[in-house]
Ligand binder design. Structure first.
Ligand code: ZN
Ligand code: ZN
Length: 366
């Protein structure tokens, strides 16, 4: 028999279960019962404290189930409120103490949640600026920040991230961000780059870079399938082939043009007509930034159509051995080795056709 005393109560502006990321941004108050106030002596010295509380409104637990991002985890491997003992722990920043009241940020507990304990955070895990803890965290959750941005629909932040690979801001990239974020929030599964979430893109234009960033399905992790169909369309599917397809509406081009005519006029001159005037190019770049960030604010339904799909996925990509080509002496994937007079030779040395993709698309051969 374990007996636990309530020592206080949490006051927060949230009365109903809300996205924890949203809750953590707000300031909450932890009110300690007057009879326990003495126990707060010198707590102001701490920058971070742990609040232990009772999930008094949690539903019945299950030992295994989907967590917020749609992936399945055991209850002890998650922060789910539905636990055998409905106890929550949050590390929060202590902003101010006023008598028996602690003002904190980073607390994801509902209004009137009973408090069980308060303690200072074990800071031995923090090095100077929490770097050690942070690094450890990101090593097991490399896409955490992006997942947060997707969940909160922080499209501008995602676009800034995508431009790190894309190199510039353009409406195409913005279309990838807008549609990719929509798809991710519908499908509720994060990619760990192991082909359990697969992106099938039907274009190799700017949009696909936005999609790679948001979905985490990329050229390098084999979770990207490219169908060279020249459509502003993609499907995002789970391993069972179930998912959704999003395609740009036929009138989306005209719609986007009407929103930012200046950019499209400059684009015509600089890119289509290859007018390499420096001043014009600079103007286009600026207009491009405006047009692409502006696009993020347009309603998804004006630009895209979304539908459910069921596709047949190829099995997980095989892992091949590597063999040294006996002509160029370069290590080559076994499936790209051919036999020439009994020797292992790579496709390049053998003059054999190999798959080839460039800005023109796929079905060229070199
Ligand atoms: Zn672009
Ligand atoms: Zn070779």
């Amino acid at each position: 028999m374990i007996e636990i005393k309530q020592i206080g109560i949490i006051k927060s502006k949230f009365n109903e279960s809300t996205d924890p990321f949203v809750m953590k941004k707000e300031v909450s108050t932890v009110e300690i019962d007057k009879s326990f106030e003495e126990g707060l002596y010198k707590i102001e010295m701490a920058e971070y404290i742990d609040i232990v509380f009772h999930f008094d409104r949690a539903e019945d637990y299950s030992l295994r189930g989907p967590v917020y991002d749609g992936t399945e985890k055991g209850v002890f491997a998650s922060r789910s409120p539905k636990r055998p003992n409905a106890i929550g722990v949050s590390t929060v920043k202590l902003l101010k103490r006023d008598g028996n009241k602690l003002y904190v940020s980073g607390l994801d507990a509902l209004n009137n949640t009973p408090v069980i304990d308060v303690k200072t955070t074990d800071s031995s895990w923090f090095s100077k600026d929490g770097k050690q803890m942070k690094d450890g965290f990101y090593k097991s959750n490399p896409r955490w920040d992006l997942a947060k941005m997707i969940k909160n629909n922080q499209l501008e932040d995602l676009m800034l991230e995508a431009a790190k690979i894309h190199g510039h801001f353009c409406p195409g990239l913005a279309m990838g961000i807008l549609s990719g974020t929509k798809a991710m929030n519908q499908i509720m599964q994060l990619s760990d780059g192991l082909e359990d979430l697969v992106l099938i893109t039907e274009t190799n234009n700017c949009m696909t870079d936005g999609l790679q960033l948001v979905t985490g399905c990329s050229f390098g992790n084999n979770a990207l399938i490219f169908k060279d169909l020249g459509k502003n369309a993609f499907s995002l599917v789970k391993r069972n082939g179930k998912g959704l397809r999003i395609i740009g509406k036929n009138n989306s081009r005209d719609f986007l043009r009407s929103k930012h005519p200046e950019f499209y006029e400059l684009f015509q001159k600089v890119v289509v007509e290859k007018n390499h005037n420096e001043e014009l190019a600079l103007k286009m770049k600026k207009a491009g930034i405006e047009a692409s960030f502006g696009l993020l604010e347009l309603p998804f339904e004006e630009i895209f159509t979304i539908s459910d799909v069921q596709v047949e996925l190829p099995p997980y990509a095989p892992i091949h051995d590597s063999i040294v080509c006996e002509k160029c002496n370069e290590l080559t994937m076994a499936s790209r080795i051919t036999q020439e007079h009994g020797k292992n030779v790579c496709f390049a040395c053998a003059g054999k056709d190999f798959g080839y993709m460039d800005g023109y698309g796929i079905p060229c051969s070199k």
